[in-house]
Ligand binder design. Structure first.
Ligand SMILES: Nc1ncnc2c1ncn2[C@@H]1O[C@H](COP(=O)(O)OP(=O)(O)O)[C@@H](O)[C@H]1O
Ligand SMILES: CC(=O)OP(=O)(O)O
Ligand SMILES: [Mg+2]
Length: 403
């Protein structure tokens, strides 16, 4: 059997998918949310339908019981499709974890040790892992890290230009995130084009709520826009991305905001939300099209930063074969893609307006036939990648459709 339960847990919610890695079929997927609040909710879907239920969910352990009940109610039965392992997304692996790893007590202690570098993500993952272990005590649990794919970053890319000794003592460096997505999408792009991954120089733009760019040479990450934490780089839904660190000193001097308040400001109340009130790209574009000045400006800032990164990564790679858009915004927003690449024909980048505007789903080329750089939209599938990597260590002999 090659069925894996994939879990992506946050502090008050978790998402799950039951995936057959061999056939790439998703047997069921769902979301448990508002854990610990007065009223929680479960949404569970399979090929036959969907259930939505509201009920108080006390903690993650209770959440897994609710999930198991949803499987029992709507199906499929976990007895008929028993997962051979649970694969957990973990955002930060620090310098310790570069491979999918079997969960042990020591591994959990190490993830907790790195938690200070990913306060939004790692503590929540640990809650999810412990609860899942109670719910599925007899199968292995595996952690797959967002940082792992960026193990190949050269020192020039990962090192911050600050006091070397201080930086090394406190593990202050750029780690990079969304690696599971950048790996999946760059491999899927090579497969789609029928070209060897080893020969391609790619720029992958993962534009979701969190957003990051990655320069990939021959399948290896050589530069990426997120840093010590998933805050650096592009403008995101609620995160600022790059800014002069002196903004923080000045805010502290002027408003006496504390470190937790500044953290909240930059991670949760900035980005397109902070600029316009719209954290969701669909709403931002609707308001920009109506001419709401803050929305127009927010979209300008978003696109301006994106273009700057594309230019920078073009220069880092020297020669670019593909530019690939992925995740919620990247896959669904022709306007952002068009504005990100407009007027770059001297760099060999020419979009085909009709291909770009097409609502088609699935991997597709959106550049013109005479564009030297092939521009594509390739849907990401982090859950499938986590399931593959999980199976690869619990059953190294298993075959998978994607490699
Ligand atoms: N059809 C769509 N058109 C425009 N934007 C979309 C569409 N679907 C999703 N998005 C945008 O994608 C973003 C969420 O991306 P997603 O990859 O789902 O996020 P997450 O990082 O939470 O996984 C939101 O800004 C949302 O507005
Ligand atoms: C690392 C990160 O930013 O993840 P997400 O996009 O899921 O928030
Ligand atoms: Mg995502």
């Amino acid at each position: 059997m090659s069925v894996v339960l994939v879990v992506n847990s946050g502090s008050s919610s978790f998402k799950y998918q039951l995936i057959d890695v061999e056939t790439e079929q998703v047997h069921a997927s769902g979301l448990i949310e508002r854990i610990g609040q007065d009223m929680g909710a479960v949404v569970h879907s399979n090929a036959d339908g969907k259930i939505v239920r509201e009920l108080p969910i006390t903690d993650h352990t209770h959440g897994f019981t609710v999930m198991q009940e949803a499987f029992a109610t709507l199906g499929p039965s976990l007895e008929l499709f028993p997962p051979v392992a649970v694969g957990h997304r973990v955002v930060h692996g620090g310098k310790r974890f570069f491979e999918p790893t079997l969960v042990t007590e020591l591994v959990k202690i190490n993830i907790a040790d790195i938690a200070e570098l990913a306060p939004l993500h790692n503590p929540a993952h640990l809650q999810g892992i412990s609860a899942a272990e109670l719910a599925f005590p007899s199968i292995p649990h595996v952690v797959v890290f967002d940082t792992a794919f960026h193990r190949t970053l050269p020192e020039a890319a990962w090192r911050y230009a600050i006091d070397r000794e201080l930086a090394d003592r406190h593990r202050l460096r750029r780690y990079g995130f969304h690696g599971t997505s950048h790996k999946f999408v760059s491999e899927a792009t090579a497969a789609f084009l029928g070209r060897p991954l080893a020969e391609l120089n790619q720029i992958v733009l993962h534009l979701g709520n969190g957003a990051s760019a990655c320069a990939i040479r021959g399948g290896e990450s050589v530069e990426t826009s997120m840093g010590l934490t998933p805050l650096e780089g592009l403008v995101m839904g609620t995160r600022s991305g790059d800014l002069d660190p002196a903004v923080l000193f000045q805010l502290h001097r002027k408003t006496h905001m504390t470190v937790p308040e500044l953290d909240d400001l930059l991670n949760r109340r900035s980005g397109i939300l902070g600029l316009s009130g719209d954290g969701d790209m669909r709403e931002l574009i609707a308001h920009a099209e109506e001419g709401v000045p803050a929305a127009v400006s927010a979209l300008d800032v978003y696109v301006h930063r994106l273009r700057a990164y594309i230019g920078a990564y073009y220069a880092q790679l020297g020669l670019v074969d593909t530019i690939v858009f992925t995740a919620g915004v990247g896959e669904n927003t022709p306007l952002v893609r068009e504005r990100a690449l407009a007027g770059l024909d001297r760099l060999g980048i020419v979009l085909d307006p009709e291909r770009n505007a097409s609502p088609e789903r699935g991997a597709r080329v959106i550049s013109a036939d005479d564009s030297e750089v092939t521009v594509l939209v390739v849907p990401t599938n982090e859950e499938l990648e986590i399931a593959r990597q999980t199976l690869s260590i619990v059953d190294p002999g298993a075959t998978t459709a994607g490699g």
